[in-house]
Design a protein around this ligand. Structure first.
Ligand code: ADP
Ligand code: F6P
Length: 319
C-alpha cells in the first residue's frame, strides 16, 4: 500500500481543511494509506507524522484554519535540512508528499523533489499570487470577507460623510484589493503593481467631492504603501480626515466559501489521479475554468498578474 503524507504550510487560508479532507478521503478511496504532518516543513524535522483515517477529517470542511497547524519555517531553504527532511520521510515509508500552501510552500516542495521526493502542491493562500493558477484556494473567501467588512464601514462613512481607508492583505500583489474593490464599489484602489501617487489620490478625492460624493472608500493593498501612510498624507494635504481600518487576520479566518470548498475538492481529486497516473512534482492549477497540472518550473513562468483593464474598469465604475 503506497503512503501519502499531507502538510499545510505558510499563512493559513480558508479551505485548507477542505483540501486536507478531500485529499485524505480521495486517497483512501484509491487505496493509499494517509498520514498528516503537523506544522508544515518544521513538522517533518520534528517527525510530527501520524496516520489519518477518513473519520479523522470529519466535520472540518466548513472550518477555517488548518487542523494540521501551519508554520513559517524559513530555515527550510537550507539544502541540508531538505535532505534531512527527505531522509525522515523515507524512513517513515512516505512515497508522496502533498503540500497545501502558497508559492513559498511550493518552493519547499520543489526543493524536496530535487532530493528525490515525490511531491504535489495544492495552491492555497488568500493572496492569489501564485504562478500556474488563476485562483488559489482561500482567495474567494477572503474577497467575500473584505466585501462584507467594507459594507459595514461604508455605513459609518456614509453617515459621517467621511473618507474611509481600508487596508487589506495580499503581500506584494494587489489581487485582494482590486477584486474586492470592484465587488464593493470602492472609489480608489491602491495596488503595488500600479501605485497611484498620493497627491493624485488627494486630487481625485477633491474632484469626487465636487461631483457631489459625500464619502469615499479607498482600499489600500499592504504592498502598495506602509500602514497608515495614505491616511497621514491625505490628512496633511487636504481638509479630509479619513478613518483607517486595517482588516488584518480577519481576512485569513473563517470557513471557506462554496467556491473555495469546491475548488479544494476538485484540485484534490486531480492531485490523487495524477499521482496514480505516475506523474508527480506538479502544481495543481485552475486555468480558464479547468483544473490542470503544471510542472513547478512552468508554474513559476506562467504568471497571472492583476488585470490592468479591470483596474481601469474600477475607476470608470466609481465615477
Ligand atoms: P506561502 O507558502 O503562503 O507563500 P511562505 O512564503 O511563508 O508562505 O512559505 C511557507 C514556507 O515554505 C516557509 O516558511 C518555508 O518553510 C518554505 N519555503 C519558502 N520558500 C522556500 C524556498 N525557497 N525553499 C524551500 N522552502 C521554502
Ligand atoms: O500570505 C498570506 C498573508 O496573510 C499575506 O497576505 C500577509 O502579507 C502575510 O501572510 C502575513 O503573514 P503573518 O502570518 O506573518 O502575519
Amino acid at each position: 500500500m503506497r503512503k501519502i503524507a499531507i502538510l499545510t504550510s505558510g499563512g493559513d487560508a480558508p479551505g485548507m481543511n477542505a483540501a486536507i479532507r478531500a485529499v485524505t478521503r480521495k486517497a483512501i478511496h484509491e487505496g493509499f494509506q494517509v498520514f498528516g504532518i503537523e506544522r508544515g516543513y518544521l513538522g517533518i524535522i520534528q517527525e510530527a507524522i501520524f496516520p489519518l483515517q477518513a473519520r479523522d477529517v470529519g466535520g472540518i470542511i466548513t472550518q477555517g484554519g488548518t487542523m494540521l497547524k501551519t508554520a513559517r519555517y524559513p530555515e527550510f531553504q537550507d539544502e541540508s535540512l531538505q535532505e534531512n527532511a527527505y531522509q525522515i520521510l523515507k524512513r517513515h515509508g512516505i512515497d508522496h508528499l502533498i503540500v497545501i500552501g502558497g508559492d513559498g510552500s511550493m518552493r519547499g516542495a520543489q526543493g524536496l523533489s530535487r532530493h528525490g521526493m515525490s511531491t504535489m502542491t495544492i495552491p492555497c493562500t488568500i493572496d492569489n499570487d501564485m504562478g500556474g493558477t488563476q485562483y488559489t484556494i482561500g482567495f474567494d473567501t477572503a474577497l467575500n470577507t473584505v466585501v462584507d467588512a467594507v459594507g459595514h464601514i461604508r455605513d459609518t462613512s456614509n453617515s459621517h460623510e467621511r473618507v474611509a481607508i481600508v487596508e487589506v492583505m495580499g503581500r506584494k500583489a494587489g489581487h485582494i484589493a482590486l477584486q474586492s474593490g470592484i465587488a464593493c464599489g470602492a472609489e480608489i484602489v491602491l495596488v503595488p503593481e500600479n501605485p497611484m501617487p498620493l497627491h493624485e489620490v488627494c486630487r481625485h478625492l477633491k474632484e469626487t467631492q465636487l461631483r457631489g460624493k459625500e464619502y469615499s472608500v479607498i482600499l489600500v493593498a499592504e504592498g502598495a504603501y506602509k500602514s497608515g501612510e495614505v491616511k497621514e498624507f491625505i490628512k496633511n494635504h487636504t481638509e479630509f480626515d479619513p478613518s483607517l481600518t486595517v482588516l488584518g487576520y480577519l481576512q485569513r479566518g473563517g470557513g471557506p466559501s462554496a467556491f473555495d470548498a469546491i475548488l479544494a475538492a476538485r484540485m484534490s481529486e486531480v492531485c490523487i489521479n495524477t499521482l496514480m497516473s505516475g506523474v508527480d512534482n506538479r502544481l495543481i492549477g485552475y486555468i480558464d475554468g479547468h483544473i490542470r497540472t503544471i510542472s513547478y518550473k512552468e508554474a513559476e513562468k506562467l504568471q497571472f498578474p492583476i488585470n490592468e483593464e479591470q483596474y481601469t474598469l474600477l475607476s470608470i465604475l466609481s465615477s
